[in-house]
Design a protein. Structure first.
Length: 390
């Protein structure tokens, strides 16, 4: 049996290795358009490679829940650790996040490629797949018994994932849900240049445009960062996929920033009044709880009105106008849904023996190793299906 895997990233190599371990006689060829595989892996986790997480469940993912179940039901944290161990990778745990013991992504790539070489997986670099037809013929030449699309989405095109997979899907008449950047910085309507560089721990709330009942769609807590275009930090990135989807529809979602999540409005008002009673003037009344630049900004914005200042400390309103683009994004939201796949499978309905893994599927995870976990799991799931269907 001849199997082609288009894309030499995490899901592609996990698939190739699993296939060859199951049957050494399977002819497996990985097509990689760059001069080397796994370039995107090298950039994950700031070069440390957050491989997975001890706590893996559906709540950490967005997208098609049937596909999420299909993969996670067979690939949990224990299975992930078993796979890493089989590669010879010792794992380090940092508050549930799993990293290579060396804290170096290059070791992950080295071990993957070493195992692929040992198993005699063919890896063709500098080899872009221009066409794939319904008979599983690649570039009009080589025909395969099964093909796996593991090309990734459009996020981080500088690492090779520039959307080639969507062209192939369109040519095969395989539909996919609208795509947007995710895990990326958020742009705001308000000019925040004077706050650029200010970091703080707080809560970011996301609300629908014209929200009247004051109930957020979602919220995230953690370290946030003001930028000249808007807001960044993990909480902003976690909400960015929703923001991108909403703004793509022409909406302008509302954001609220809480700078004092452990204090109530009465606490903030009392604090401010105490500062006034102590003889402090102007924005000095905020210096004990906020960065000085931020305090100056909020005081000036509200012209010294104590009640309005307290409200902004608790819930500074911002309007999202979109997000940064795919070049800055870690993942792509949207993609092929379960309606295009066989039941509980990663095999497409329209093209038999064609499988889809990783970011091309309508699944994206939060920060914490969840996207790489899904990549490994979906690649291994596709390999097992190919073997069972042979």
């Amino acid at each position: 049996m001849k199997v082609a895997i288009i894309g030499g990233g995490a899901s592609g190599l996990a698939c190739a290795i699993t296939l060859k371990r199951a049957d050494e006689n399977i002819d497996v060829t990985v097509f990689e358009k760059l001069d080397r595989p796994c370039k995107k892996i090298l950039a994950t986790g700031n070069g440390r490679c957050n491989l997975s997480n001890f706590v893996v469940s559906e709540e950490y993912y967005n997208g098609d829940h049937e596909i999420i179940h299909t993969v996670l039901d067979e690939f949990d944290a224990v299975e992930a650790l078993r796979f890493f161990s089989s590669l010879g990778l010792k794992i380090r745990d940092e508050e549930g996040r799993l990293y290579p013991y060396s804290m170096n992504a290059s070791n992950v790539v080295t071990m993957l490629l070493s195992e692929a070489k040992r198993l005699k997986v063919k890896i063709r670099t500098d080899c872009k797949v221009e066409t794939l037809d319904s008979k599983l013929k690649i570039n009009g030449k080589d025909r395969f018994d099964a093909v796996v699309l593991s090309l990734g989405g459009k996020a981080a095109p500088q690492h090779g994932t520039d959307g080639d997979g969507y062209k192939i899907l369109k040519n095969l008449d395989i539909r996919y849900n609208p795509i947007t950047p995710a895990l990326v910085q958020i742009k705001t309507k308000e000019d925040l240049k004077e706050l650029k560089g200010i970091r703080f721990k707080g809560v970011l709330f996301l609300r629908e445009e014209n929200d009247n009942d004051d109930s957020p769609i979602k919220f995230q807590e953690g370290e946030l960062l003001f930028t000249d275009y808007g807001i960044s930090g993990i909480p902003a990135m976690q909400l960015s996929g929703d923001v991108a989807q909403m703004t793509a529809k022409g909406e302008q979602p509302l954001l609220n920033v809480c700078f004092t999540p452990d204090l109530g409005l009465k606490d903030v008002n009392r604090y401010l009044q105490d500062q006034l009673d102590a003889g402090r003037k102007g924005s000095e009344i905020l210096y004990g709880i906020l960065n000085e630049k931020l305090a100056d900004y909020i005081y000036k914005k509200n012209k010294g009105d104590i009640n309005k200042i307290a409200l902004d400390v608790m819930s500074l309103p911002l309007t999202a106008t979109g997000t940064k683009g795919y070049r800055d994004a870690q993942v792509t939201r949207g993609g092929v849904g379960s309606d295009e796949l066989n039941e509980h499978s990663l095999q497409t309905k329209k093209v038999p023996n064609l499988y889809i893994t990783g970011e091309l599927l309508d699944v994206d995870g939060t920060c914490g190793g969840y996207n790489l976990h899904f990549a490994w799991g979906s690649g291994i799931k596709a390999a097992k299906e190919i073997i069972n269907n042979a």
